[in-house]
Design a protein around this ligand. Structure first.
Ligand code: UDX
Length: 429
């Protein structure tokens, strides 16, 4: 992959999933990139070519960027931006209690940039920020000679590098054509449509996309519940829907409820902004509430499998991360379901191939079979491929009961029956 344009000097502030992926991929595109990270231990790790979290392909990309001399890391923001062309801000914007996003970290980064940026440089916001934040950053920055651009990121955990290299679109929201072109040029080596718009619309594209996908999944899981409780096969129903080109086949997989670091936060934040302008957020609140109900309903499925009460029953939970391919526990449906199980009096053992630390209230085990030992119910909550090839005979032997709840559609009913297990399948009546 080669950048046909002149390489830019880029500083990426915040080396989390979004920032580090952008830093390593922009270096791969030929730009000279400095990743700035507050956490000094993280800088040491990054300088050794190691990503501080699991993301397929990212370690290698960081190492090759370092080796090529195009990627480096520091904690010193002021020195890093001395002769920068574009600063990408990708620091966390956590949810406040009311659902709005907390911009404290963005504000403090901008305060440092205000006195340090060279004239003619551009600040691009990659963090998911509320509508209007780009305008807010312009006033925090207080510089006429520096443009502020919204450049939202759409990466999915577990496929961040691939998604950066092959994006569906690049979105640039700028007040001037020059600033828009300068940021769009960073991505010139990628084969993707570029949407150039005003900052507010760019911010809104990100929120509206994530919220639409969350709404879609709440609907998908409503169809799943309908089939589970009333009959029918949601997988076939949803596949049949997906053949309509206006609907499309992606993001139609039913599950235990949706989660992650983005969907819950972004849907709540967009609802808060909608309320702020006096508009009706009913649709978004319904999607959030349907998701909470879905998570609690999965707890009820576990209770139903053991005759109605989970008190004193051992439940094995397979999968703790919010989806497969990541070590991210933020907003994980598993954690909410575990809380529900514990509140109902269950003893919970858990296993996840990517999580070594224990989770509150969970007896953490090193294998799926160890977690299942003596369990009355086994619940598959994350779609890790290894759960699709579980040794079902060994599972049946080690459990004290024989109920298996598959919320991800990984297991086969006949194979479970042959092993003496009773399988509850997501989306099937
Ligand atoms: C999401 C957006 O997809 C991405 O564009 C944005 O930048 C960040 O938020 P991510 O949080 O990595 O990415 O997760 P994603 O793969 O979108 O999954 C989110 C949740 O939806 C997970 O809980 C996942 O299990 C669930 N999901 C996804 C389903 O239940 N069914 C599906 O068909 C797809």
């Amino acid at each position: 992959m080669n950048n046909e344009n002149k390489p830019a000097k880029v500083v990426v502030v915040g080396c989390g999933y979004v920032g580090l992926t952008a830093a390593a991929c922009l270096a791969e595109l030929g730009h000279v990139v400095i990743g700035v990270e507050n956490d000094v231990d993280r800088v040491v790790l990054l300088t050794q070519g190691k990503a501080p979290f699991f993301e397929p392909g990212l370690d290698d990309l960081v190492a090759s960027g370092l080796a090529a001399g195009r990627l480096s890391f520091t904690s010193d923001l002021t020195t890093a931006v001395t002769d920068v062309d574009v600063v990408l801000i990708s620091v966390p914007t956590p949810s406040l209690g009311d659902g709005a996003a907390d911009l404290t970290i963005v504000e403090s980064v901008v305060a440092s940039l205000a006195t340090a940026l060279p004239p003619g440089s551009v600040v691009a916001l990659k963090s998911t920020v509320p509508i209007g934040t780009s305008a807010q950053v312009v006033s925090w920055l207080g510089r006429d000679d520096v443009e502020v651009v919204a450049n939202p990121e759409f990466l999915q955990a577990g496929q961040a590098v691939n998604a950066f290299r092959h994006p569906d679109r690049v979105v640039v929201g700028a007040s001037t054509k020059e600033a828009a072109d300068q940021v769009a040029a960073l991505y010139a080596g990628l084969d993707a449509p570029v949407v150039i718009t005003d900052p507010r619309s760019a911010e809104l594209i990100k929120y509206a996309s994530n919220t639409y996908l969350a709404l879609r999944l709440s609907f998908v899981n409503t169809v799943a519940t309908l089939c589970e409780q009333g009959g029918g096969d949601a997988t076939t129903v949803l596949a049949g829907m997906g053949l309509d080109h206006r609907i499309g086949p992606a993001f139609l997989q039913p599950g235990p409820g949706w989660g992650g670091s983005c969907f819950p936060k972004d849907t709540s934040a967009l609802a808060a902004v909608i309320r702020q302008v006096g508009a009706d957020d009913t649709l978004l609140e319904a999607a959030l509430s349907a998701n909470q109900q879905r998570l609690q309903q999965i707890v009820q499925v576990a209770a139903g499998a053991v005759g109605g009460s989970l008190k004193g029953k051992k439940v094995a939970v397979l999968g703790l991360t919010f989806k497969a391919g990541t070590d991210d526990l933020r907003g994980s449906p598993s954690l909410t379901i575990i809380e529900g199980l514990i509140n109902a009096g269950a003893e919970v053992a858990g296993y996840d191939p990517m999580i070594s630390n224990s989770v509150p209230g969970v007896q953490k085990e090193e294998t799926a079979l160890a977690a299942a030992q003596g369990a009355e119910v086994v619940m598959v909550l994350t779609e890790w491929p290894e759960f699709a090839t579980l040794d079902l005979v060994a599972l049946a032997e080690t459990m004290s009961g024989h109920q298996v709840i598959d919320t991800r559609g990984l297991l086969n009913k006949e194979s479970c029956q042959a092993a003496g297990l009773v399988l509850w399948q997501v989306g099937k009546g």
